[in-house]
Design a protein around this ligand. Structure first.
Ligand SMILES: Nc1nc2c(ncn2[C@@H]2O[C@H](COP(=O)(O)OP(=O)(O)OP(=O)(O)O)[C@@H](O)[C@H]2O)c(=O)[nH]1
Ligand SMILES: [Mg+2]
Length: 275
């Protein structure tokens, strides 16, 4: 049975827009689920990631064997959807590129409508080892509403090469961490991390309202201020092996400025709980 998720006009319009996506079944069934007690979806937002998508799907199927794997193809113009289907993933195709936040939100809506209880997410460029996403899912199973992988926290596995960011982006990340930590009264070291796991409570919130542009940073502020339990888990991430980052120094600077404005506005919204 489908759940009715959208009541507000903005959310309704967004849902209608996202509903244009086309979800196709995998070409071959995934591996046998080891733990079927909790229905899990691992999804991968992907925009022109044909060089890495098959390996990312294989990694997800290996390390989260009880989960269904879905690629949210964000209007790719390369062979990303075709290769994803061939690798055995479900494919949700957005009709045109809408930004990573819309890709995330599509997956949350899909997960809720199809009864998934936990959802894990990792990028399509191969920077997020699925074994780390499995640890985030564990954190949600242990009680977190939202678990976020942090590449800047301590206690990470020394066997995986360390992720390096540019100086400008590290500076921006420090600034976001400071602002989000102040706003939420909780310490966050990696506010732009797209490696996450969520339960139904968090998915419902983000299905209703989620920024397409400031997805990762704003969602942390939004979740904590709404009273959700958000846990940061130390993880390793690796540099991109293929393709190119969609982020340039100029877009970084502009993004930092716009995110600061969004966080300040978020700070003005009423807080739903006092911690
Ligand atoms: N940038 C961007 N990424 C998208 C979009 N839609 C889906 N994605 C996917 O979102 C993930 C994150 O994008 P990246 O450009 O790798 O962003 P990032 O990991 O923060 O940046 P890098 O560390 O430079 O790779 C990738 O899997 C993209 O394929 C979009 O519209 N813009
Ligand atoms: Mg990336």
């Amino acid at each position: 049975m489908e759940r009715t998720l959208f009541h507000g006009s903005v959310a309704e319009k967004r849902a209608a827009r996202l509903a244009h996506r086309h979800v196709e079944s995998p070409a071959s069934p995934g591996p046998a689920c080891q733990n079927r007690s909790v229905k899990k979806l691992v999804f991968i937002p992907a925009w022109n990631e044909e060089q890495s998508i098959e390996a990312v799907i294989a990694d997800a199927r290996e390390h989260v064997p009880g989960a269904d794997v879905m690629v949210v193809d964000d209007g790719s113009t390369d062979r990303t959807p075709e290769l994803a289907r061939r690798a055995g993933a479900l494919v949700a195709s957005l009709p045109f590129n809408q930004g990573v936040g819309a890709a995330h939100q599509t997956a949350y809506i899909y997960a809720l409508r199809h009864g998934y209880e936990i959802c894990g997410q990792l990028d399509g460029d191969g920077q997020h080892p699925a074994s780390e996403v499995a640890r985030l899912i564990e954190a949600v199973e242990e009680g977190a509403d939202l678990a976020v992988g942090s590449r800047f926290a301590d206690d990470v596995n020394p066997d995986i090469p360390e992720y390096r960011s540019t100086f400008a982006r590290r500076l921006g990340q420090r600034l976001f961490s400071l602002l989000v930590s102040t706003s939420t009264r909780q310490t966050f070291t990696d506010t732009t991390s797209g490696m996450r796991a969520l339960n139904v409570r968090a998915m419902e919130m983000f299905a209703e309202r989620y920024s397409s542009e400031f997805a990762e940073v704003e969602s942390l502020q939004q979740a904590v201020r709404a009273g959700l339990t958000v846990r940061e888990v130390p993880v390793h991430m690796v540099p991109r092996e293929h393709g190119h980052s969609f982020i340039t120094p100029l877009t970084s600077a502009f993004y930092i400025f716009k995110t600061l404005v969004v966080l300040l506005i978020g700070q003005l919204r009423p807080r739903q709980v006092d911690q």
